[in-house]
Design a protein. Structure first.
Length: 128
């Protein structure tokens, strides 16, 4: 019985460390299509790939046109999009409702995983 007590303490400490580590984890953006600062001909679908499974009802994104070649000084304009998931729960898909005209764009994203702490960020790209 005396050997069981130190083993139980060690197991409890290990489980506590694992639980704390999981609680401190936040989703990180691993990659995107298009990539940061990419120049594309056209994009019908934007994908963001995260390090953890997303809670879709709390995660989301917006797409903002930040500049137009024909209109210098153009004010940022929010684009209409649909945000959805895929079979991979770590992927967020942003689909513009209309083809994107030439210009520069910013995606502002919000990712929430099981720890419920939101993480935000931005990706920039341009359409020729």
């Amino acid at each position: 019985m005396s050997h069981l007590r130190p083993t139980a303490k060690c197991l409890l400490i290990c489980l506590t460390i694992l639980a704390m580590r999981a609680a401190l984890a936040h989703p990180a953006l691993l990659s995107s299509t298009p990539e940061e600062n990419a120049e594309v001909v056209n994009t019908e679908r934007i994908e963001l790939h995260f390090s953890e499974k997303l809670v879709t009802q709390f995660s989301g994104a917006s797409l903002v046109m930040t500049g137009m070649p024909e209109m210098p000084g153009h004010a940022p304009m929010k684009m209409q999009i649909k945000v959805s998931g895929t079979d991979d729960p770590k992927t967020m898909v942003i689909t513009p409702t209309k083809p994107l005209p030439a210009g520069t764009y910013r995606i502002d994203w919000r990712a929430v995983a099981s720890d419920t702490h939101p993480v935000t960020g931005s990706i920039h790209f341009s359409v020729k």
